[in-house]
Design a binder for this molecule. Structure first.
Ligand code: NAP
Length: 290
C-alpha cells in the first residue's frame, strides 16, 4: 500500500481528495489539519511548526505528501501578512525539507494570485510572476521554498476553487435566500475550478515523475458575474444579478483583473485535460442535489 499524507485535510481540496482516494485500496491515507476531528481520522498537525512536521513525517514515512493547508482568507492576509507568511510560505518550506529527507514526493498547491493580472492572454507556467496581494506574495514565497528544498515536487497553480466549505458558490446561494438582487463584479476574469476536478489532476500527477510547475484550472474562462448567473440558473433561482466594476466593490486585497491560466504543461507533457468549468460545475451541482 502506498502511504499518502494530506495536510489541510478538512479544507475544500483536502476533502475532495479524500472522497476520491478513500475507495482506492492501494492507498493508505494519513490526514492532518490545523485542528483534529472528533473520530481521530484527521490528526492535528500545525505545518508552521517545523519540529512537529519533521517528527511526524519521519515517523510515518509517507511516500507522497499533498499540501492542501493554507491561509486562504485573501482579504485578512493584508492585515495579517506575518501569519499568512508562516502558513503559506514557511509551512510548505518545512514540508519540503522533511519530504526531501525521506525521499518523498511533495505535491503543493499554489494560486493564480502569483500573477498581476495585467495580461490579456492566459498565463503559462513560466510567465513572470508579480503578486499584487499579501496572499499572493506569501503563496509565491511558498512555491520558491518548495522548489529550493525538495527535488520531487509538483506545484499546481489553481484558481477560484469551490467544493465543500466556504466559497463563492455557497456565498451566492446564501445571499439568494435573503435578497432578490445581488451585485457581482463583471470585470475580473478567471476560471471557476471544482475541488474534485483539481483533486483528479493531483492524483494523476502524483503517480508520475514529471516534477515541476503546472497550471491546473478547469478549461475556459468567466467573470464572477458570469459565474453567478450560471450558479443561479443551474439552481433554478430567480434573482436579479447586477454587473458592477471592481471599483464599485472595494476589498482590502487587490485581485488580478485577468488570471486565466493555461494548463500548458498538463496538456503538453501528459496529454491531460481538465473539464470545462461549466461541465465541472454541473457535476458539482448535481452532487449537491440541484
Ligand atoms: N480556494 C480558492 O479559491 C483557491 C484558489 C487558488 C489556490 N488555492 C489553493 O488551494 C489550496 C487548497 O485550498 P482550499 O480552498 O481547499 O483551502 P481551505 O478550504 O481554506 O482549506 C485550507 C485548510 O488548511 C488548514 N490550515 C490553516 N492553517 C494551517 C496550519 N498552520 N497547519 C495546518 N493546516 C492549516 C485550514 O484549517 P482551518 O480552517 O482550521 O484554519 C483548512 O482546513 C491552498 O493551497 C490554496 O492556497 C485555493
Amino acid at each position: 500500500m502506498k502511504r499518502i499524507m494530506i495536510t489541510g485535510a478538512s479544507g475544500q481540496l483536502g476533502l475532495a481528495l479524500y472522497q476520491l482516494l478513500k475507495e482506492q485500496s492501494q492507498y493508505e491515507l494519513l490526514r492532518t489539519d490545523a485542528v483534529a476531528n472528533e473520530d481521530g481520522s484527521i490528526q492535528a498537525l500545525d505545518i508552521t511548526d517545523d519540529v512537529k512536521v519533521r517528527t511526524y513525517i519521519e515517523k510515518n514515512l509517507p511516500e507522497i505528501i499533498i499540501n492542501c493547508a493554507a491561509y486562504t482568507a485573501v482579504d485578512l492576509c493584508e492585515s495579517q501578512e506575518d501569519k499568512a507568511y508562516q502558513i503559506n510560505a514557511l509551512g510548505p518550506k518545512h514540508l519540503a525539507i522533511a519530504a526531501e529527507k525521506i525521499n518523498a514526493k511533495l505535491v503543493h498547491v499554489s494560486t493564480d494570485y502569483v500573477f498581476d493580472g495585467c495580461s490579456f492572454d492566459p498565463y503559462v507556467e513560466d510567465s513572470p510572476t508579480n503578486p499584487m496581494s499579501a496572499y499572493g506574495r506569501t503563496k509565491q514565497s511558498g512555491d520558491v521554498f518548495v522548489r529550493a528544498n525538495c527535488s520531487k515536487f509538483f506545484i499546481l497553480r489553481t484558481a477560484w476553487v469551490y467544493g465543500e466549505g466556504k466559497n463563492f458558490v455557497k456565498t451566492m446561494l446564501r445571499l439568494a435566500q435573503t435578497n432578490n438582487k445581488v451585485r457581482v463584479v463583471a470585470d475580473q476574469y478567471g476560471t471557476p475550478t471544482s475541488a474534485l476536478e483539481l483533486a483528479r489532476a493531483i492524483i494523476f500527477l502524483m503517480e508520475t515523475d514529471g516534477y515541476g510547475i503546472y497550471h491546473a484550472t478547469c478549461e475556459g474562462s468567466a467573470t464572477w458575474y458570469e459565474f453567478a448567473v450560471t450558479i443561479f440558473k443551474t439552481a433554478g433561482i430567480d434573482i436579479t444579478v447586477e454587473p458592477i466594476t471592481t471599483s464599485e466593490f472595494p476589498t482590502p486585497a487587490k485581485r488580478p483583473m485577468y488570471s486565466v491560466l493555461d494548463n500548458k504543461a498538463l496538456r503538453e507533457r501528459h496529454n491531460y485535460y481538465m473539464k470545462n468549468w461549466k461541465d465541472a460545475f454541473f457535476e458539482y451541482m448535481t452532487k449537491e442535489g440541484f
